[in-house]
Design a protein around this ligand. Structure first.
Ligand code: COA
Length: 320
C-alpha cells in the first residue's frame, strides 16, 4: 500500500551563459553595487538562442533519472511547473516526454509561477497517494530572460533561467518523503506581479511587470505563515528541520523570514547571489547546490518554500 511519496533524486541545471550585474549595467541604468545591496544578486544565467524551457528541463530530468537509478520507461507521471512554456500548447511536459523517450503516461503542466515547484510537490504527492502514479518526474523550469522588459531596471536585473527535476516514487515506508504540503493563492493581487499579455489577450507573449515593494510586503508574512502551518500539519517542531530551501527572490526576504521565525542563518540555503530569481526552478537549484556542497544529505528534514505571481505561495516538508 502506498503511504508515502519518496524524493529519490533532485537535480538542477542552469544554461551556460553567465551574465554579471556589470553586463546589465550596459543595458539599463543600474550598478553592480545597487543590485548586490538591494537583492544580494551577483550574477545569473540566460538561455542561448537555441535553448528553450523544454531543452533545459530535459537536461535536468536526465540527471534526476540517472541519480534515481530508474529506467525512463518506468516514469508514469510528468508534471512540469513553468510560466514560460515553449509553446502555448502542447504542455512542455509532453515535449520533455518525447525528448526523454518516455512511453505513454500522464503528462501536463502547472502554472504557479515562482511557487511552481512547491505546488508540484503537492500535485505529485496527491496523485501518488491516490494511486495514479508510482514513479513521477516533477520539473520546475523557467526562462524569464524571454519575457523580461529590458527597459525596466526594477525587474530585468532580478531574474535568471534554469531547470530542476525530481524523481518521486510511491513507497510503503513510514515517516519518509513528502510529509506535508501547504498551498495558497490570493488572486486579488494578480496585478502586482504578472506578464502584460498572453494567448487569449492578444497573442503576444508579453513582458514581466512587478511592483517590487508591494510584492515584498506580502512575502515575509505569507512565507512565514506557510512554514508554520506546514510544520503543524506534519507534527514537526521548526527546530527539528535540518535545512530550509527557500525560493531565491531577494536575500532581504530570506533574512526577514529567518529573523521572524528565529531560524539560524546557517540552516538557510542561499543561492540568489549566483542564480538570481529562476522562478519555478529556484528551490531545485538551491537544493542541488547545497547537495553538491555536501550540506543536504539522505535522512535530512528539508523545508521548501516559495511565493510568486498570483499571488501564490506555499511550503513542503520532506524527509529525504
Ligand atoms: N538599479 C538602480 N536603481 C534602481 C534599480 C536598479 N536596478 N531598481 C530600482 N532602482 C531605484 C528606484 O528607481 C528607486 O529610485 P528613487 O528612490 O529615485 O525613486 C530606488 O532604487 C529604490 O527603489 P525601491 O523600489 O524602493 O527599491 P527596493 O529596495 O524596494 O528594491 C526590489 C526593489 C524589486 C529589489 C524589491 O522591492 C524586491 O525584491 N521586491 C520583491 C521581489 C520579489 O520578491 N519577487 C518575488 C516574487 S517571485
Amino acid at each position: 500500500m502506498t503511504i508515502s511519496s519518496i524524493v529519490s533524486s533532485l537535480c538542477a541545471i542552469t544554461p551556460d551563459r553567465l551574465v554579471t550585474n556589470n553586463e546589465l549595467a550596459n543595458i539599463v541604468d543600474t550598478s553592480d553595487a545597487w543590485i548586490k545591496e538591494r537583492t544580494g544578486i551577483e550574477q545569473r544565467y540566460f538561455c542561448s538562442d537555441l535553448e528553450t524551457s523544454s531543452t533545459l528541463a530535459t537536461r535536468a530530468a536526465k540527471l534526476a533519472i540517472e541519480k534515481a537509478n530508474i529506467d525512463a520507461n518506468d516514469i508514469d507521471l510528468i508534471v512540469c511547473a513553468t510560466s514560460t512554456p515553449d509553446r502555448t500548447f502542447p504542455a512542455t511536459a509532453t515535449l520533455i516526454q518525447e525528448a526523454l523517450g518516455i512511453p505513454v503516461c500522464i503528462a501536463f503542466d502547472i502554472q504557479a509561477v515562482c511557487s511552481g515547484f512547491v505546488y508540484g510537490f503537492g500535485v505529485v504527492d496527491a496523485m501518488i497517494k491516490a494511486g495514479q502514479a508510482k514513479n513521477a518526474l516533477l520539473i520546475g523550469v523557467d526562462s524569464f530572460s524571454r519575457i523580461m522588459d529590458w527597459a525596466d531596471r526594477t525587474t530585468c536585473v532580478l531574474f535568471g533561467d534554469g531547470a530542476g527535476a525530481a524523481v518521486i516514487r510511491a513507497s510503503d515506508e513510514q515517516n519518509k518523503g513528502i510529509l506535508a504540503n501547504i498551498l495558497r493563492a490570493d488572486g486579488r493581487y494578480n496585478s502586482i506581479l504578472n506578464v502584460s499579455s498572453g494567448a487569449s489577450l492578444g497573442s503576444k507573449v508579453g513582458k514581466l511587470h512587478m511592483e517590487g515593494q508591494a510584492v515584498f510586503r506580502h512575502a515575509v508574512t505569507n512565507i512565514s505563515e506557510a512554514i508554520v502551518l506546514c510544520c503543524e500539519k506534519a507534527g514537526v517542531n521548526i527546530n527539528e528541520i535540518d535545512w530550509f530551501v527557500p525560493h531565491q527572490a531577494n536575500k532581504r526576504i530570506l533574512d526577514g523570514v529567518a529573523k521572524k521565525l528565529k531560524i539560524p542563518e546557517e540552516k538557510v540555503i542561499i543561492t540568489v547571489d549566483i542564480h538570481g530569481n529562476t522562478s519555478a526552478a529556484s528551490v531545485a537549484l538551491a537544493f542541488d547546490h547545497a547537495q553538491k556542497e555536501g550540506k543536504i544529505k539522505k535522512g535530512d528534514l528539508v523545508l521548501f518554500e516559495a511565493m510568486g505571481g498570483g499571488l501564490t505561495w506555499g511550503a513542503t516538508l520532506v524527509r529525504l
